[in-house]
Design a protein around this ligand. Sequence first.
Ligand SMILES: [Zn+2]
Length: 413
Amino acid sequence: MQPLNSNKPIQTHKQKIKKILTCFILSSLIILSKTYPLNLQKNELDNLRILLEKINTEDINLTIKGNYLSLKYSTEEFPSIYQGGFHLANQITILSLKPTLKFFYDHNYQNTNEIQNYKNIMILSSNYLEYKGKKYRGKFLIIPKDKNYYLINLIGMDDYLRSVVPSEMPSSWELEALKAQAIAARTYAIKVTIERRKKGEIFDLYSTVLDQAYYGMEKENPKTDEAVYKTKDLIIVYNNQPIWALYHSNCGGETLDGKIVFPQRLNTNDQYLSPVKCLYKGKNWENKVELYTIKKNLAKLINSNIYSIDNIYTNNFKIYFVYNKNSIYSLYTWEIRKLIGYNIIRSPYITNLLIQGEYVIFQGIGFGHGVGLCQFGANMLAKNGFNYQEIIKYYYKNIEIIDLGRWLENANI
Ligand SMILES: [Zn+2]
């Protein structure tokens, strides 16, 4: 284990490969470092930056395992070159990130290193990287910013989707439904990545349901791999722009209008997330919420005291609260999901509301936000002989499925 810059007379085959790999990564990062204008090439969209964790610098306890790990560092936030590094460890433990990077390499805790004035760390492995018991392909970036550090997995689109598709849809489902899911997930990733890069953000996608569930290699499965590879590079466009390819578990019988549920994401003339009737009738659910919780949240929302909630009723995706005897406040059903919890109010399709003593009973149908592709519905369509193009066109209206490279040639982004 020695600095890469040291004079070493003998270069092993492994080291040569590492050098080639480093050149490749550096050239990718030069491209990644651009922010304005976004003149994207396809290979840049093949280096997705997935945020694994954002942690306060004071809580640092970061151990990364792998085979023949290398650690490189740079004084630039978006480096075109890494100034130096260390390699050939199977474990790296970072002890502090600010103001000085201190870390051990290997598990015997004898070799400590300190680096000052760095802004970006890259960790590479000859095989996979392991963090908190999960294995990841690609590389890791660690970027300190403000009072946090961002642990980012730099990964190609196909490898990203090999994890996302089985995390978002059971791999035992119909292949055509899995292919539709792969295209929706790829399109969503492209859309969000472009939006965040335009803003100059340091990562492209959250690894959670805030964007798409991504758990590294553990979910990978031959059937979902096939769905990813057989739809390679296919994305959904509307007016020649990638769409917000939203999807959800089951809609409850009819999907919702994306323009109403997500007005901040869609223009008023975007028609592709219009409601469609669904073959899958949806699953019923019932959950109770303490009246006190509702009172507390409502008081916060209207910024006033609530002495009594006298009635609650629902009509046409709105919930009406009659409070303090004669005041009324209404919320959309998707807004109350955000307020109370997405797993408690499982869908915006609320069919009934009852006050029972100190509780409010919510009854509904479906699971998820109800916009775009309904996963249970997609699987049912596939069982009825629909192929992936037909499934996509069933849930997203007036769209085209095209090759990402072809789109980028004519794209104005
Ligand atoms: Zn449905």
